[in-house]
Write a protein that binds this ligand. Structure first.
Ligand code: NAD
Ligand code: WQD
Length: 339
């Protein structure tokens, strides 16, 4: 099976490509390298003995996509490509709507022309409205609070309408909770540019000495220890969710929506402790103000994916901390340009 993987050079896409190759699937990567490096390709090859076909290009470039679909015999598309920084989306909403919403529409239009009717889309738990009831299942009310979140919700809505009008298509919306962790080899991982926005990359850069100390954004939430609680999912568990989705629903037409999460909530302090134990290093931290827009606690009800995709997570926060540390300590500055 030939699968076009948009954004396949990125964090989640690259880990998914490794598992696809291991499962006998053939990923064809399309990425504009706006948030990833060419070196990823060599790392995938080193792990799998296969160098995926790579097209450097943009999902908003229709003629480029038409050409790609002509050259490759694509059976399905996994669509990771997009921008993902919440704060940046508030500063620059048009760029987010252009990349994420317009980009997705151009991609689907090119798929339609090429007769490719199977799509898996990277959505996010950020499409859910704030809720006092946890865990969240797929039917919870929607209501994103940032342009980034709204761009994901808009794409979900566009794809839902499109699938209704084209019932022979199979479209799967995967709502990720908090992806973290790295390949256990330590050769692939998350490589944020500039100051990390997210907790795990920040903790690991403190541990390796790139940053002085972690700011814990609030310790007075109504949670188990006062810090924010999230559902952290190892990127390899997330990657395997895509393989399950391809296997199970790739051949069944319809619109399918799944939460991909562990079903467990972990606090900031619990993540700091796990990382400190895995790395053998102290993680200095300060308690600061709450971050605007942050919620106290949310985590997934992932039972639908377990039932229908026969998928669930199998990696613990200890595995997450160990693998992240292996990646960070072996690659303190992330992927290097020259590889
Ligand atoms: P990432 O930035 O590491 O990967 C995205 C890739 O897409 C990058 O390699 C980037 O160069 C590429 N890209 C961006 N715009 C493009 C365009 N217009 N044309 C072609 N390529 C383009 O991000 P990730 O963490 O791997 O996330 C993958 C997807 O999952 C994104 O859609 C993101 O919104 C979604 N998601 C991520 C998280 C998370 O916390 N990481 C959570 C929920 C959902
Ligand atoms: C986790 C917890 C913070 C950094 C984001 C996006 C979401 C999704 C996943 C794409 C919170 C606390 C963090 C720090 C801290 N992405 N924290 N100090 O905000 O749950 O989700 O990534 O779809 O849309 O919003 O993840 O890792 O930023 O924060 O104390 O330096 O860690 O307050 O409780 P978040 P995060």
């Amino acid at each position: 099976m030939n699968v076009l993987v948009t954004g396949g050079m990125g964090y989640i896409g690259s880990h998914t490509c490794v598992q696809m190759i291991e499962a006998g699937l053939n990923p064809v990567i399309l990425d504009n390298l706006s948030n990833s490096k060419q070196a990823v390709l060599g790392r995938i090859e080193a792990l799998t003995d296969q160098r995926p076909t790579f097209y450097q290009g943009d999902i908003r470039d229709k003629s480029f996509l038409v050409e790609l679909f002509k050259n490759e015999n694509i059976d399905a598309v996994i669509h990771f490509a997009g921008l993902k920084a919440v704060g940046e989306s508030v500063e620059n909403p048009l760029e987010y709507y252009d990349n994420n919403v317009n980009g997705s529409l151009v991609l689907v239009d090119a798929m339609r022309e090429a007769g490719v009717k199977k799509l898996i889309f990277s959505s996010s738990a950020t499409v859910y409205a704030e809720s006092d009831i946890q865990p969240m299942n797929e039917d919870f009310p929607k209501g994103a609070s940032s342009p980034y979140g709204r761009s994901k919700l808009m794409v979900e809505e566009c794809l839902t309408d499109f699938q209704k009008a084209n019932p022979d298509w199979s479209i799967t919306l995967l709502r990720y909770f908090n992806p973290v962790g790295s390949h256990p080899s330590g050769t692939m991982g998350e490589d944020p540019q500039g100051i990390p926005n997210n907790l795990m990359p920040y903790i690991s850069q403190v541990a390796v000495g790139r940053r002085e100390s972690l700011s814990v954004f609030g310790d007075d939430y109504p949670t188990k220890d006062g810090s924010g609680v999230r559902d952290y999912i190892h990127v390899d568990d997330l990657a395997s969710g895509h393989i399950s989705a391809l296997n199970k629903v790739g051949s069944v037409s319809g619109l399918h929506t799944y939460n991909l999460g562990s079903g467990q909530g972990q606090s900031v302090f619990e993540m700091v402790r796990a990382f400190s134990e895995a790395s053998g290093r102290e993680i200095p931290y300060d308690i600061t103000e709450r971050r605007a827009g942050d919620l106290a606690e949310y985590f997934a009800d992932a039972s639908k994916a377990e039932r229908e995709l026969e998928w669930s997570t199998c990696r613990s926060i200890q595995d997450i901390a160990r693998d992240t540390w292996r990646w960070q300590s072996q690659n303190p500055m992330g992927y290097s340009e020259g590889e």
